[in-house]
Ligand binder design. Structure first.
Ligand code: GLU
Length: 478
């Protein structure tokens, strides 16, 4: 069994395509299949090598490993379509010589006119086949005019195209309903996706094409080409689309859609892979957090969901937090570090014990790794200036009473006893519950949300605690 992932390098890896890649990877692992990475870069104006690199980078970051591709070679290369033009040209010659394709000299303007004529008709525009039977003289006349022909595939009439899709079941098209003879080579000599994808899949011996449902309508054209060339038609599995909460195709207006941005915000690849796999698929037990190996055991291609899946940004965040919480502080520390740097701290000056400790204590507060920026100061600043919420609360009478109690205790705090600060504060202020802990949290951290205070105090240290009590005393309780 051989599968492939075939990105077009015209931008960043889109989350929908990442899902296709993830599913292909799982298929390759589950069924011990080869996974080919093929770069579909025939859109010469929009394809860039930077995009190819960033897509590969993001795939690697997700943990996807391919067994053949432009970076590593393989027995079925080259793996960039732009390097395979000679191969396609041979097939085009064959189709032309067998009368299964023909040169079309219609200009853009002529085609536009035909399109206009067809407006208002019930069926959608279909190329008339005008150039199908040009004589040698007509062709020569066009050529002397300087017209550059396209190559059109001659769609056979009344041909049934049926295939059993692994997810959609039996799918049937009629050759009369696919838009007429379609272009397979543009006038600049560049062959089009719908044509060469068939050749590549056959030559690369791809046995199963697993891709997004947006390609379902291309499939009949691709099958007709394969039949005309007498080459293999692979099996298909068309994955249901990922949509936004309004059921429209997932796009930027729903939220972030490119993998590199998820990476930048601090999603863990394990969480993203888990979430993408869980879209439209669930295990018998219904467990949501599924480590890759476990998921692999239960995965079956034919059991993937058949209807479109709504991308739930909140759920992904929740899942990411669950994955963050699974990691111990010392493993999180290097993951948090870039974000702590971004918040303005010099990571090299932070002792590893402190870094590991704060990572452990703050992991519950971080849905994404970058959330650490809002909390790191609790452990790294000398004084935590209260944020707006904390400020409003600290102005309340009950809070002022707690601040006063804290100021009274301050002189008696020592390196040995300061970790009992909360108990001492309770006794001194005579307050308890929220009215004690909210002001205490605000005094110590400057925020109303954050880590467990008992566990945080030893890491914050006596010196900082005293500075913070002092700061609040002067600001709110003088
Ligand atoms: N290059 C196509 C795309 O990025 C993939 C085509 C296919 O999977 O057949 O949409």
């Amino acid at each position: 069994m051989r599968v492939r992932f075939a990105p077009s390098p015209t931008g960043f890896l889109h989350i929908g395509n990442a899902r296709t890649a993830v599913i292909n990877y799982i298929v390759s692992k589950k069924y011990n299949a080869d996974l080919v990475l093929r770069v579909e870069d025939t859109d010469i104006e929009r394809s860039t090598i930077e995009s190819e690199r960033s897509i590969m980078d993001d795939l690697r970051w997700l943990g996807i490993e391919w067994t053949e591709g432009p970076d590593m070679g393989g027995n079925f290369g080259p793996y960039r379509q732009s390097e395979r033009f000679d191969i396609y040209a041979e097939y085009t010659k064959k189709l032309l010589s067998e009368g299964k394709a023909y040169h079309c000299y219609c200009t853009k303007e002529e085609l536009e006119d035909m399109r206009k004529d067809s407006e208002g008709k019930t069926t959608s525009f279909e190329y008339s086949g005008k150039c199908r039977h040009l004589t040698a003289e007509q062709k020569a006349a066009y050529e002397t005019e300087g017209r550059k022909p396209t190559v059109r595939f001659q769609v056979p009439p009344n041909e049934k195209i049926q295939f059993d899709d692994h997810l959609k079941g039996s799918v049937e098209f009629d050759s009369g309903n696919i838009g007429g003879d379609f272009i397979i080579v543009r006038s600049d000599g560049v062959p089009v996706y719908n044509y060469i994808v068939v050749i590549d899949d056959a030559l690369m011996e791809v046995s199963h094409v697993v891709r997004g449902e947006d390609h379902l309508s291309n499939t009949p054209k691709q099958i007709l080409i394969a039949r005309a060339l007498g080459i293999n038609v692979p099996e298909y599995a068309h994955l249901p689309l990922i949509v936004g909460s309004d059921r429209a195709k997932l796009s930027k207006r729903h939220g972030i859609t490119s993998v590199n941005l998820y990476r930048e915000e601090g999603y863990l690849p394990q969480a993203l892979v888990n979430y993408l796999t869980s879209l439209g698929w669930s295990t018998e037990a219904g467990s949501e957090i599924m480590p890759f190996d476990e998921m692999l055991k239960e995965f079956e291609l034919d059991k993937l969901g058949k209807s479109s899946a709504i991308f739930d940004f909140q759920k992904l965040k929740w899942m990411n937090n669950a994955y963050i919480k699974q990691l111990p502080g010392n493993e999180l520390a290097p993951l948090f570090s870039p974000y702590i740097e971004k918040a303005g701290y010099d990571i090299n000056t932070i002792e590893s014990e402190l870094l590991n400790g704060l990572s452990e204590l703050l992991k519950g507060n971080c849905e994404v790794l970058s959330d650490i920026k809002a909390f790191a100061g609790i452990f790294l600043d000398n004084v935590c200036k209260p944020d707006d919420e904390a400020d409003a609360m600290l102005n309340e009478d009950y809070a002022v009473a707690v601040i006063k109690a804290a100021s009274d205790i301050a002189a008696s705090l020592t390196p040995e006893n300061f970790t009992d600060f909360l108990e001492m504060l309770k006794e001194k202020s005579g307050q308890s519950g929220k009215k004690l802990f909210m002001p205490a949290r605000a005094i110590i951290t400057g925020r109303l949300k954050g880590p467990d205070l008992h566990r945080a105090l030893p890491l914050i240290g006596l010196d900082r605690l005293l500075q913070r009590i002092n700061f609040c005393g002067e600001k709110y309780a003088h």
